[in-house]
Design a protein around this ligand. Sequence first.
Ligand SMILES: O=C[C@H](O)[C@H](O)COP(=O)(O)O
Ligand SMILES: C=C(OP(=O)(O)O)C(=O)O
Length: 357
Amino acid sequence: MNATLAAATLNDATPTVTPDATPMRPLPTSGELQRSLPLSPALARRVEAQRRAVHDILAGRDDRLLVVVGPCSIHDPEAALAYARRLAELAPRLSDRLLPVMRVYVEKPRTTVGWKGLAYDPDLDGTGDMARGLEVSRRLMRDVAALGLPVATELLQPMLAPYLEDLLSWVAIGARTTESQLHRELASGLSAAVGFKNATGGDTGVALDAMRAAAHPHSHFAMDPGGRPAIRDTAGNPHTQLVLRGGHGEPNYQAHHVQAARRALEEAGLSPRLMVDCSHANARKDHRRQSEVLLDVLAQREAGETAIAGLMLESHLHEGKQPLAPGRLRHGVSVTDACIGWETTEHLLLTAAERLR
Ligand SMILES: O=C[C@H](O)[C@H](O)COP(=O)(O)O
Ligand SMILES: C=C(OP(=O)(O)O)C(=O)O
């Protein structure tokens, strides 16, 4: 062992260097962040009610459509809050047929390399101020939940979950991590519902395996709120869902795909209530195609397909995407995948509510 590390390990319970002696930067513990940005009892009760509403849809006790909608990624919390206000204002006009849940995605999985999200790099300049990233992420999620909108996010780094999980009503485990045992263990201890995406290559079987694994109790390595390593014993999460997102550039949202997925869920003894992601490979990475997918999904519901319990849309204040060039960013435009703009989003959500009445 390197001499600096050995000294630090022996003399100090919290070493501040890595094995190659690179200094490490401190982060708050999840308990510290929760104390500085607490959930009031009233907001905690509201999140509980939001989770119950999502669970009811997944269990088929509520036949509304769960709609996970919002930016591909959050890079500007102020623009995200402006989006949230519009969605919260629209929600009462939809609420008899749809339950809108806002995408507040602060972590991004990357195919190779790229900006990894607000929690990792809130200054968008590679400085990686994750302490501030965690703080702005938690603050934003708390503001969105306080507007009355259930919060959805992708959980990618399991260590990050305890900082945010008390605010979440719906969690995605992404196409790149559905097969990961760590993410299945994580899902098994969450109170929020969890959507497992099919793999990037299109395999839905791994998501079904993930649902079965997450429903099971686990004991796994974790951090306690004080930042100490701890064993987390989970109860298992029965509120999980398959998310069809297409694979290898090929869609999997059409009626025959949905019917095949429903049969596979039933055969595996899982609840046949899935979500269709209108973006990603289902839109062949062209954001304008999201409306085609949504209209097809609505037609399937109208034809009596009960397996479709939800859909996902990538949407921001303004259409399209832009390169991440700090100082030259257009307000409310995605810096990751291209999104549909607010007017299209509003039109699609109102159309969906009307057609499902
Ligand atoms: O939704 C997001 C992206 O499709 C995913 O994070 C991968 O992004 P990338 O291929 O641009 O890295
Ligand atoms: C990364 C995402 O999706 P997927 O895991 O399907 O690529 C996403 O929804 O932001």
